[in-house]
Design a protein around this ligand. Structure first.
Ligand code: ADP
Ligand code: ZN
Length: 209
């Protein structure tokens, strides 16, 4: 299973990604998590990404594409992968298609989590993120996955949320038509219980893989 997960910030990509990656035994590759891990470790990549992330803007394609290209050379992707947060614009989608074409391992499907703006704003402003494993969750004091401390991401503050939604509408939403044209798009509603959304996704994916 070679899967891309797409949806606006707050659609629950990170949460669904955990369950889907476990279900298909594939690595969950989140570009946001990789950037946050680099930021935490103080690497040059993290330093480079920080100002973009804090403002809700996309990190430069050249930087992001190289990072993903490198990640897709690791052994653990032999069985497939779940990409979360990449691609985030059409140029990145084209680069991904070229990387995978070269290895003759095209995408299996692109899963879109759909949700409306009002719901998103409510979710993001009460979202907290684990300092250790970056798992997002709503209304918690400790990380439900690893027990780590949680914090509010700079880009989950109200001012930045609005900009992230704009960036999504302008730059990321066009990849939905791109993938629809490629015949890869599957859309699942991202409202309702977490387990139900996972079930809907798995049953929709079972029809294409
Ligand atoms: P979200 O909750 O919005 O899905 P992510 O954790 O995926 O957030 O990403 C956080 C930030 O990391 C983005 O706002 C952006 O600055 C940067 N980022 C993540 N993925 C990409 C990407 N594919 N291209 C450019 N920037 C990215
Ligand atoms: Zn954690």
């Amino acid at each position: 299973m070679r899967l891309v997960l797409v949806g606006p910030p707050g659609a629950g990509k990170g949460t669904q990604a955990q369950f889907l990656a476990a279900h298909y035994s594939i690595p969950h590759i989140s570009t946001g998590d990789i950037f946050r891990a680099n930021l935490k470790a103080g690497t040059p990549l993290g330093v480079q990404a920080q100002s973009f992330m804090d403002r809700g803007e996309l990190v430069a394609d050249s930087v992001t594409n190289e990072m993903v290209k490198d990640r897709l050379t690791h052994d653990d992707v032999a069985n497939g992968f779940l990409l979360d947060g990449f691609p985030r614009n059409v140029a990145q989608a084209e680069v991904l298609r070229a990387i995978l074409a070269e290895k003759a391992t095209p995408l299996t499907a692109v899963l879109e989590l759909s949700i409306d703006d009002a719901e998103i704003i409510g979710r993001l402003s009460s979202r907290r993120t684990c300092k250790d494993c970056f798992q997002p969750s709503v209304g918690v004091d400790k990380c439900p996955l690893c027990g780590g401390d949680v914090y509010q991401r700079e880009d989950d503050k109200a001012e930045v949320i609005a900009r992230r939604l704009e960036v999504y509408a302008e730059q990321t939403a066009p990849i939905i038509s791109f993938y629809r044209n490629e015949g890869l798009l599957i859309t699942v509603s991202a409202t309702g219980k977490v387990e139900e959304i996972t079930e809907h996704a798995i049953s929709a994916l079972s029809r294409v893989s």
